[in-house]
Design a protein around this ligand. Structure first.
Ligand SMILES: NC(=O)c1ccc[n+]([C@@H]2O[C@H](COP(=O)([O-])OP(=O)(O)OC[C@H]3O[C@@H](n4cnc5c(N)ncnc54)[C@H](O)[C@@H]3O)[C@@H](O)[C@H]2O)c1
Length: 248
């Protein structure tokens, strides 16, 4: 029904156990892709295996560890056409003066360092093939200072910089790199307000501007487009997929 844009192609999807990553894995598989699904949750990956059968190889591991990226490359068995860096975590809406080191290190570690390690790991195969597509998942928090706490906001601005720099270096060698920036999406992501100041400052802004919550399939469709040859001339773009939030 969705066409066959990814026939014979292998695509690594991180965060494939839930939310946007899971919807992306299902969408790509429905268009013919073989998926390497990476997630920290073994249970969620087992559910994906039940859904996709032999169209998916799963890697259960923490993206904070280099070993997880190495295992994903091994599971791809020599062919990597695309990478969707979807896995990510929220902060507790901490403003700068209230940041604890553990939250900072974990949010930057998963959202930025994990994405870098996974991308660094796929590039040799893509460059050898002279082609490849990478899509990172940023956020509305990468467009403004009023959508999350400071750690998450910093991490998603970093996703944008990482996307542009990677596109700059590798587009001439056939590897495209783009990002989508979602608004609110109905997933399992945990986001609890742990700051009174954040409630006071962010509450009214969000109430006034927040668009309706999107379904993960809407993000999956945009990610699939960027990974496909339909986006063959798109690289270095940060595309809001946010119900118009970025236009406010
Ligand atoms: N849901 C939203 O409203 C929203 C908005 C903007 C951006 N995003 C971004 O979308 C991406 C996907 O989030 P989601 O909403 O689908 O969340 P989700 O929690 O439903 O799914 C994320 C998946 O990533 C996995 N994961 C988290 N940390 C990991 C780690 N260290 N190693 C391996 N796997 C790990 C989790 O186990 C989970 O299955 C994230 O980058 C998030 O920042 C989400």
């Amino acid at each position: 029904m969705n066409g066959n844009r990814f026939a014979e192609r292998t695509i690594i999807v991180t965060g494939a156990g839930s939310g946007i990553g899971r919807a992306t894995a299902l969408r790509l598989a429905s268009e013919g892709a073989r998926i390497v699904g990476v997630d920290a949750s073994r249970t969620r990956l087992q559910d994906l295996e039940r859904e996709l059968g032999d169209r998916v190889a799963t890697v259960d591991g923490d993206l904070l560890q280099q070993l997880t990226a190495d295992r994903a490359i091994a599971a791809a068995r020599g062919r990597i056409d695309g990478l969707a860096n979807v896995a990510g975590i929220m902060d507790g809406f901490e403003p700068t003066a209230e940041i604890d080191d553990a939250t900072w290190e974990r949010v930057i570690g998963v959202n930025v360092t994990g994405m870098m390690r996974m991308t660094r790991a796929v590039l040799p195969a893509m460059l050898a093939a002279g082609r490849g597509a990478i899509v990172n998942v940023g956020s509305e928090a990468g467009q403004r200072g009023s959508a999350a706490g400071t750690p998450y906001t910093v991490s998603k601005h970093a996703v944008n910089g990482f996307t542009k720099s990677t596109a700059f270096f590798y587009t001439p060698r056939g590897v495209r790199c783009n990002a989508v920036a979602p608004g609110p999406v109905a997933t399992n992501i945990e986001a609890a307000f742990r700051s009174t100041l954040a409630q006071e400052r962010l509450g009214p802004v969000m109430q006034a501007t927040l668009p309706p919550v999107a379904q993960p399939e809407a993000l999956a469709a945009a990610i699939a487009w960027l990974l496909s040859d339909d986006a063959s001339d798109v690289s270095g773009a940060i595309i809001p997929v946010d119900g118009g939030w970025a236009a406010i």
